[in-house]
Design a protein around this ligand. Structure first.
Ligand SMILES: [Fe+2]
Length: 252
């Protein structure tokens, strides 16, 4: 675990070796007329799309008492499946959000960071983590209210799990700095905010005013998360700059 980025022997850039980079650029012309595969990556992907099955499906409603249950086979019921799919996605994302914060809290508890930015504290981070769990619970209730099964991995939940893999991987990177961890959280929170906005619009369109109200409360909390994490990230970067002693500077 690192407290901040340091100067080192990074040779990934072209400027680290002008002689070799010149030779590499000279070699670019050799690629002209070089043998190409019979089918390119774009064509290959296009051919997969033609034959592709959907990413999963939505199950039929599991109760006749729910809104969907009563009208499960009607047009309204089919429209409701779109909302249930997105609710399943949001539930999956909020659950992984709590795990992201758990990993971040583990980092903070290890005490390796020289200074925490601004008003950042374990307690405040824990508050955000608890909000993510509360949002997950809210989504479970919403899915049940609509006659759905909250344990289903919906197609959009499947897709969002794949999307979130990079975030989880980056957050659990043992070499990550505090600022890098906060950058991961900011990415997650930006998706949280935009996704709750979409859910509110969808619930409203489907005459679910009570759910839309509850989702608006969640959106308000997410906006607070985003502002806090963005502020902490800014503070962490400013701390990194301020903590650099003159001897760490250009002379190294
Ligand atoms: Fe959040």
């Amino acid at each position: 675990m690192q407290d901040r980025i340091k100067l080192g022997a990074n040779r990934t850039g072209i400027a680290s070796s002008p002689m070799h980079s010149e030779a590499m650029l000279d070699g670019l012309s050799l690629q002209d007329g070089s043998p190409q595969p019979a089918i390119g990556a774009a064509e290959l992907r296009a051919s997969y799309r033609v034959d592709a099955e959907p990413v999963g499906s939505m199950p039929p409603p599991n109760t006749l008492r729910g809104v969907v249950g009563a009208v499960g086979e009607s047009l309204k019921g089919k429209r409701m499946h779109i909302l249930l799919d997105k609710l399943g996605e949001r539930a999956a994302y909020e659950r992984s959000g709590a795990r992201l914060y758990d990993a971040f809290l583990q980092r903070l508890s290890a005490g390796v960071d020289a200074a925490l930015p601004g008003d950042m504290s374990l307690e405040l981070v824990q508050t955000i983590r608890n909000d993510e769990v509360a949002h997950f619970t809210l989504l479970v209730e919403a899915i049940e209210k609509l006659g759905g099964d909250p344990t289903v991995q919906t197609p959009c939940a499947d897709m969002t799990a794949v999307t979130g893999m990079g975030l989880i991987q980056a957050m659990n990177e043992p070499r990550a700095t505090l600022a890098q961890g906060l950058q991961v959280l900011m990415a997650a929170e930006l998706i949280d905010v935009a996704s709750w906005e979409l859910l509110i619009a969808l619930a409203t369109q489907l005459d679910q005013a009570e759910l839309a109200d509850r989702f608006t409360a969640a959106l308000n909390a997410e906006n607070v998360h985003l502002e806090r994490v963005r502020g902490w990230l800014q503070g962490a970067l400013q701390n990194d700059v301020a903590l650099l002693a003159p001897s760490d500077g250009d002379g190294e």
